[in-house]
Design a protein around this ligand. Structure first.
Ligand SMILES: CSC[C@H]1O[C@H](OP(=O)(O)O)[C@H](O)[C@@H]1O
Length: 355
């Protein structure tokens, strides 16, 4: 399988090819994205998703856009379309802005954009490898403190290699722990309404032979009260200067339950997830509002093996679908970054990332 360790790549014809994440876990299919419009649509309809990966796709989106324009001025309009395709994950805006800055003086837009997009993605991959190491060290420490040999980790949504190249963020320490011979078991939150946990995280963990159990979203608190969760690790879509974390809807409730039960709650992020312009994440991070149909309908395989979408609510009941929530810094034990573990706190974040 070509995309085992990357959710996207340049194909032999130099077009962006991605894993179609809307088809998983029922079938592994890829899509070639040849135009800016196709890139924008793939981000909006979540063919590609996950904060890091939409940043990566956006970088290649700028490269794709370069094939359609004659000047940097024209490129700016296309860049805006990509930048506005989803509102919460800051990695998207970060990647577009970085590419545009790098291309300002370019005399060969296509060639340079391709080079910069590849470099940007390779940097993210290195960061993911560092997150894996620092996170696995924490896992080892927790096992030592508790004098245990098996760790139970709860995760929400999907922050594995489908979400951030190369190994993800939240799942990277889990993969590394397994490589170190640690007996690791993952509680996988289903993550309604789009079920990224039940469909994508469970699929990823199955591919890598990591022990896991899918749980309904409301199960985590109960497991924590019973001592069956040793730590929580999630990814993030945006972290404000004061350490508040926007992540998939439902993360905040898990953090509250973890706090009440003294379960360490870690958030794993690459540097591109910080937004230093936002001082108070709870008040200021923009939260994506998606179609109510994602709440009202569910997709699955019927007994004939056919993928179907079914309505699970009264047809006329309204629904509301916030994509994300914000967990205040006070509930977070630490941020696992490529520069080591950092407190979710203004001073420490500034010192480590801006000093
Ligand atoms: C790198 S964190 C991945 C992150 O992406 C998610 O959102 P979505 O599936 O809507 O793109 C979610 O918040 C995950 O934690």
């Amino acid at each position: 399988m070509q995309g085992k360790y990357r959710a996207l790549w340049l194909n032999d014809e130099n077009f962006l090819e991605v894993i179609d994440q809307t088809k998983l876990p029922f079938s592994y299919e890829t899509k070639v994205l040849k135009t800016t419009d196709e890139i924008v649509e793939a981000i909006k309809d979540m063919t590609v998703r996950g904060a890091g990966v939409i940043g990566s796709v956006a970088a290649f989106g700028i490269y794709t856009a370069c094939m359609e324009v004659k000047s940097y001025e024209e490129l700016k309009e296309k860049a805006l379309l990509i930048r506005e395709s989803r509102p919460t994950a800051v990695n998207l805006m970060w990647a577009v802005d970085k590419m545009m800055e790098l291309l300002k003086e370019s005399s060969n837009l296509i060639l340079d954009a391709k080079k910069y997009a590849i470099e940007l993605n390779d940097e993210e991959a290195l960061e993911s490898q560092n997150i894996a190491k620092y996170g696995a060290d924490i896992i080892e420490d927790i096992l030592k403190q508790k004098n245990k040999t098996r760790i139970n980790i709860l995760t929400h949504c999907n922050a594995g290699w489908l979400a951030v190249i190369d190994e993800g963020t939240a799942l990277a320490p889990i993969y590394e722990a397994k490589k170190r011979g640690i007996d690791v078991h993952v509680w996988v939150d289903e993550t309604r309404p789009r079920n990224q946990g039940a469909s994508l995280t469970a699929w990823e963990l199955t591919q890598s032979g990591v022990n896991h159990t899918i749980i309904a979203d409301n199960t985590g608190g109960h497991l924590m009260q019973r001592g069956e969760v040793d730590m929580v690790i999630t990814g993030a879509d945006r972290v404000s200067a004061n350490g508040d974390v926007a992540n998939k809807i439902g993360t905040y409730l898990k953090a509250l339950a973890a706090f009440d039960n003294d379960v360490p709650f870690y958030v794993a992020i690459p540097a591109s997830t910080f937004d230093f312009d936002i001082k108070d994440g709870v008040k200021e991070i923009p939260i994506e509002l998606r179609s109510e149909d994602e709440v009202k309908y569910m997709r699955g395989v019927d007994s004939d093996g056919v993928v179907r979408e079914v309505l699970i609510t009264p047809k006329d009941s309204p629904a509301i679908n916030y994509g994300f929530d914000v967990t205040p810094a006070r509930l977070i034990t630490g941020l696992i970054t490529d520069k080591g573990v950092c407190k979710a706190d203004l001073e420490e974040i500034e010192k480590k990332f801006r000093g």
